[in-house]
Ligand binder design. Structure first.
Ligand code: BTN
Length: 237
């Protein structure tokens, strides 16, 4: 998938390409190597946040994970920013809390961070060649692919190289201690601070996003901390 070597410092110490795995995150957690990249054409048990499954049909998307030896604070912000930067050359990309990337207003990329013992996996799924019929009906209004949103038929190897290169530069910054700057950039980019949102039956205004991604929502009952789950942004905020 990567015809020539990557010019990166941390990511891509090894790149393993599979036709099929259960989940690239599984492989990245099982194997060793800081910056190990695992890519698969098909995942038989691709997973998303909140225990949901992540449809990973062959030929349609870019499904990959990067394994790290130990925690990497700020990755949850660095990863969506890197994907957004790359996708901006194809269409109008934006980051959305907690760590989605949208293209022309619809979700094109999901990110799943998992850790096991002292190992961390950053899993990234990007919808590349999907047509509307490739998404289940209930997702059609919310999901998109690069091809569907922009008409660009992007080569998945090229896209992988672009994302890994962008992400590597951001991880170098994180490891150089620039975590606050990455957090501030993400917070500004996702624009959720100051918005009126609904979380379950509570409505409030987002006052801040913590360094771990927790939303601080001011409601009439006080400040609610929301790390998991879905929020609905309300119009007229
Ligand atoms: C989400 O939005 O819920 C996160 C989806 C993450 C999907 C990617 S695809 C590559 C990696 N392997 C997985 O099993 N999941 C992530």
């Amino acid at each position: 998938m990567l015809a020539t070597p990557l010019h990166t410092s941390i990511i891509g110490s090894r790149v393993l390409v599979y036709e099929e795995v259960t989940s690239t995150n599984d492989r990245a957690l099982q194997l060793r190597g800081d910056g190990l990249v695992v890519v698969a054409d098909r995942q038989t048990a691709g997973r998303g946040r909140h225990g949901r499954s992540w449809a990973s049909a062959p030929g349609l998307g870019l499904w990959f994970s990067i394994g790290f030896d130990g925690p990497c604070e700020g990755l949850a912000f660095a990863a969506p920013l890197s994907v957004r930067d790359v996708l901006n050359s194809y269409g109008c990309a934006a980051v959305k809390w907690p760590n989605d990337v949208l293209l022309n207003g619809r979700k094109v990329c999901g990110i799943l961070l998992e850790s096991r013992r002292n190992r961390m996996a950053l899993g990234i799924g990007i919808n590349v060649h999907h047509q509307a019929a490739d998404f289940p009906e209930e997702l059609r209004a919310k999901a998109t692919s690069i091809e569907l949103a922009t008409g660009h038929c992007v080569d998945r190897g090229t896209l992988l190289r672009e994302v890994l290169t962008a992400l590597d530069a951001r991880i170098v910054s994180l490891r150089a201690g620039k975590r606050d700057a990455v957090h501030a950039e993400w917070s500004e980019a996702c624009g959720v601070v100051g918005r009126r949102v609904r979380h379950h039956d509570r409505v409030g205004t987002v006052r801040a996003v913590d360094r771990d991604g927790t939303l601080l929502i001011e409601t009439d009952k006080g400040v609610e901390r929301v790390l998991l789950g879905e929020i609905v942004e309300l119009n007229g905020a």
